[in-house]
Design a binder for this molecule. Structure first.
Ligand code: MN
Length: 201
């Protein structure tokens, strides 16, 4: 039976719709080159696994699974990230409402304090990574995650409500070394409705 493979999801908006926070060039390359590379990478590792199974050949499992985790992590996080964005003033920006606002205020004390912790998690990443707000389904508490690469420092099974790509490839064309400016701009294009619907599901 043919197995399903990963494919690059379409963006739910146009490449130019995130201006001025993210330029058309930056968003296009990010989606069509970087995200696409993780899709291709994950599928390639599965092919390698399948081939080795057919031939009953040995594999360097440590290296293979490390590679698979990296590419699947990259694909899954990018897919979540695109949905976490909406054009400024057209669904993007503002503040969380309802249950999500209550959850954030209950944990962090205020929206401003949450923003501060999330932003600092992003800008203090060593090397490449992501900042995320995730929900512990057991305690119902939201937790800030600082993900290294695409797959390290993650809390297993926590649901990701918000994720911000803080790899250099996410902002370098637009912001160069001024990454704090990119973190600031994110709050103008964050899609709170998407975060709220993840909380409900
Ligand atoms: Mn990226």
């Amino acid at each position: 039976m043919p197995r399903e493979t990963y494919s690059l999801p379409e963006l739910p908006y146009g490449y130019g719709d995130m201006k001025p926070c993210i330029s058309e060039e930056q968003l296009t390359i990010h989606h069509q080159k970087h995200h696409a590379a993780y899709v291709k990478g994950a599928n390639a590792v599965f092919e390698k696994l399948e081939k080795a199974r057919e031939e009953n050949a040995d594999l360097d499992m440590k290296a293979t699974l490390k590679e698979l985790s990296f590419h699947i992590g990259g694909h899954v996080l990018h897919s979540l990230f695109w949905q976490n964005l909406a054009p400024e003033g057209k669904g993007g920006g503002g503040e969380p409402e309802g249950e999500l606002a209550k959850l954030i205020n209950g944990e962090f004390g205020s929206f401003e304090r949450f923003k501060k912790e999330f932003t600092q998690a992003a800008v203090s990443i060593e090397g490449s990574g992501w900042a995320a707000l995730a929900l512990d389904g057991k305690t119902g508490r939201p937790v800030v995650m600082q993900i290294e690469k695409h797959n390290l420092n993650m809390y297993p099974n926590f649901k990701i409500l918000i994720v911000l790509d803080f790899w250099e490839h996410a902002y370098y064309i637009d912001y160069k070394n001024e990454k704090a400016k990119f973190a600031e701009a994110f709050w103008n294009i964050i899609n709170w409705k998407e975060a709220a619907s993840r909380l409900q599901s």
